[in-house]
Design a protein around this ligand. Structure first.
Ligand code: GLA
Length: 737
């Protein structure tokens, strides 16, 4: 470089320095406001003069975004010593003393973290979806966090997550790594949370949040939602209501351990900190590596739970659930009809039943595999995915063929993440199993979990599925089960044991991704010993889920009601079984509020019941479009009414289906008062007709009357439910004026 060029370069460097100082100065003197807006709402961040990024607003969108900057000035709260309560992503170890979103130990052993604004950008993914990125950096350490906000504008859905990276000399330990923290200002907050267990999933509880921290979490590893699902509601100012009031729906998109903390702080504001559970999961992050958190999903409605659900359903069908706007198959499952006790002849006869019933597919459940330790019960064979020769000497192929001959499709059950100790797989690959090397094994349903953090195990699981499709290209459906939790968490593959819970789930997703790359649309049911695994990260790979093994239709009304807040009916698999003492019509009607299936011995049905089921399936095929793609309105809550009711309305408001059930058989209760319908066009005229009647039954509904939408919504309609008519389905059809 000659002298002149050297001089020129020096000048240039000097200029750049002056310019960048000027730009920094620009930033420092002005507080920057970043509005992240959906059609109805805005989450507003502010960068203060010290470059702290704060949440100043989450509420209804303002028409003039310039006014967001004034929000803090109208709050007259005391101001906190930390000056940090509303951090957009709360670090720990510096001046913050509240529950953090992130906690680290740096390469040099220091445990402090501070995160300051570097830059932000807004990208438009398409007309409806924006992605905001906010970059934060520690001023002392080469440690960065990027916050991502994906906004689905019409649906008012926000997805938030972050990436964490550093350029320190050695590994940094991440002790906590939430996807997001929110900061909500209001007088009071009311939490609706869920808990459950096998066959009693989704039990709601509502409580007013008190100061301190309320935590929803799971530490089960797999089948992670057995005791608590990763979904909740927050009523702002009052308990969540159906059609009025501000309510936030939240959900972690993660199929493993999750943790959602709600901290009501000293200023009565609520901090919601959601992410993977950091329980036993210190993450050792290498220099240059990026750690990406799962997504935290939230949605704010000002018109109660009903609207929040409809927006969530729209979003799920359009953006998350696999083939959310596609078709679904009705089916006959053999689980409760045979359990493990079947052979080819028995299955052939069930395949004939499938045709006779009129559903689309026969689903072969557990028990079809393993030879050395035959799968004749849940104590053996899991992991040995070769067909059991004595039950099925001609293999799966003959069942696929027999199905084809009967004009129905064929699907199969697998539980590929698991192993029975009594199996060839366990004998050959004990190192593939999650278990403590020095401790006694501990089983859940006589089984252990395979170590999906190990790429070899991921390959094995992929091949279990792939092989089935390669050998049976006409295989049309998979039921993917997951029946055990992780005890004695230890991987003989991983160097860092504390990565296991996280790497397991990532391994599972990578298998599912591979499966979907090769078989993009084959319907798959997400099942986990009932509803032990339901979340929107998994549902990207599945077309439907199994809410519970409890198919007693009375219980199901309550269960489906709760699931219906978060998941659309097209994703909710409901089977008609022998559970409960209700008449067949009641059982079928309840199962119709979702994706209909059967698990009964069809040829043992009394003639009239069979005829009813056949007609019901035809009826379902006629109305399923309204149920799957229509708007859902919850009308009468089974928890507080004698008659429960729920309806679906098509987009044109021309056709609606109303389901109503007697849920209290004490004191001869009935539908004494009309039930106000919702979602109709007040100006349109409608005729009401009872559908799916039992053969020979005569309706009590006068089908000749014409009602305005206004009447049906303001006065209501009485389905005339009583002990002689415990279940009534109405079709509400618009007529030409
Ligand atoms: C789980 C599922 C059931 C059935 C059995 C088979 O419990 O939830 O539907 O598939 O496994 O073992």
């Amino acid at each position: 470089m000659n002298l002149i060029t050297r001089f020129n370069k020096k000048c240039k460097d000097f200029l750049v320095l002056i310019l960048s100082l000027f730009m920094v100065q620009q930033h420092l003197s002005a507080q920057e406001v970043i509005p992240i807006e959906s059609v109805t709402n805005a989450l507003v961040l502010e960068v203060d003069e010290d470059k702290n990024v704060k949440i100043i607003y989450f509420g209804e969108r303002l028409s003039n975004p310039n006014e967001y900057g004034e929000v803090p000035s109208v709050y007259n709260q005391t101001g906190h010593y930390s000056e940090n309560l509303n951090a957009a992503y709360m670090p720990s170890g510096s001046h913050n003393l509240m529950e953090p979103a992130i906690t680290v130990t740096h390469a040099d052993g220091n445990t402090s973290l501070d995160l300051r604004y570097v830059a932000h950008k807004q990208e438009s993914i398409d007309a409806n979806v924006d992605l905001f990125t906010v970059e934060l950096k520690d001023p002392v350490y080469p440690f960065s966090v990027k916050l991502f906000y994906k906004v689905y504008k019409n649906e008012d859905v926000f997805e938030q997550w972050c990436t964490i990276s550093h350029k320190e000399k050695k590994d940094v330990q991440l002790h906590k790594f939430a996807s997001a923290n929110l900061y909500l200002k209001s007088g009071t907050f009311w939490l609706t949370q869920y808990h459950g267990d096998w066959a009693e999933e989704m039990q709601p509880e509502v409580s007013r949040l008190t100061h301190g921290i309320k935590t929803l979490d799971s530490k089960l590893g797999t089948r992670a939602n057995l005791l608590q699902p990763p979904v909740f509601m927050l009523g702002i100012g009052r308990a969540p209501e159906e059609d009025t009031g501000d309510v936030i729906f939240g959900a972690m998109e993660w199929s493993g351990n999750f943790r959602i903390d709600m901290e009501l702080d000293v200023e009565d504001n609520l901090r919601v900190i959601a992410g993977m559970n950091n329980f036993s999961s210190v993450y050792h992050l290498k220099s240059g590596e990026t750690f990406e958190t799962p997504k935290f999903l939230y949605l704010l409605s000002h018109n109660g739970k009903g609207e929040a659900s409809r927006k969530m359903h729209d979003w799920a069908r359009k953006y998350k659930l696999l083939d959310g706007s596609g078709d679904r198959l009705t089916l006959l499952n053999n689980w409760e009809a045979t359990y493990f006790d079947f052979n080819e002849q028995k299955l052939f006869s069930l395949i004939k039943d499938t045709k006779e019933l009129g559903v689309d597919l026969f689903l072969l459940d557990d028990g079809w595999f393993a030879n050395k330790y035959p799968r004749d019960g849940d104590y053996a064979g899991l992991g040995d995915w070769e067909v059991n020769k004595s039950k099925l000497p001609n293999g799966i192929a003959s069942l696929v063929k027999e199905s084809k001959n009967n004009g129905v499709k064929f699907g199969i059950w697998i539980e590929p993440e698991m192993v029975n100790p009594k199996s060839r797989l366990y004998e050959t690959h004990p190192d593939w199993v999650i278990k403590q090397p020095k401790r006694e094994e501990h089983y859940f349903r006589n089984q252990l979990v395979l170590d999906l953090s190990n790429p070899e195990v991921q390959d094995f699981v992929f091949h279990v599925v792939d092989q089935l499709f390669v050998e049976n290209p006409e295989l049309a459906y998979i039921k993917w089960d997951c029946n055990a939790v992780i005890y004695n968490a230890y991987s003989s593959y991983l160097k860092q044991q504390s990565h296991l819970y996280i790497e397991y789930v990532k391994g599972l997703y990578s298998v599912l991704k591979r499966i979907r790359e090769k078989y993009p649309l084959v319907p798959m049911m997400l099942c986990s010993g009932g509803g032990g695994r339901v979340d929107y990260a998994a549902l990207q790979y599945f077309t439907e889920f199994w809410p519970s093994d409890n198919t007693d239709p009375l219980e199901r009304i309550f269960l489906q009601w709760e699931y219906s807040h978060f998941y659309p009916s097209i994703a909710t698999s409901n089977h008609v079984t022998e559970w409960g003492n209700q008449p067949i019509k009641f059982r079928v009607d309840v199962a119709m509020m979702g994706k209909l299936g059967f698990d009964i011995v069809v040829h043992e049905l009394p003639e009239k019941e069979l005829v009813f089921c056949q007609q019901a399936i035809k009826c379902y095929n006629d109305i399923k479009g309204v149920i799957w793609y229509g708007d859902q309105y919850r009308l009468a809550d089974p928890k507080v009414n004698n008659v429960a009711a729920l309806m679906y309305v098509d987009d044109e408001q021309d056709r609606a289906i109303v389901f109503s059930y007697l849920v209290n058989n004490r004191f001869n209760k009935k539908s004494e008062v009309p039930i106000a319908l919702k979602g109709l066009d007040p100006a349109k005229k409608y005729r009401v007709r009872e559908i799916n009647l039992y053969p020979g039954a005569v309706t009590k509904v006068d089908e000749s009357v014409v009602y305005s939408g206004e009447f049906l919504m303001k006065v209501g309609y009485n389905p005339l439910v009583d002990a002689s008519r415990t279940s009534v389905i109405l079709e509400v059809m618009a007529i030409e004026n």
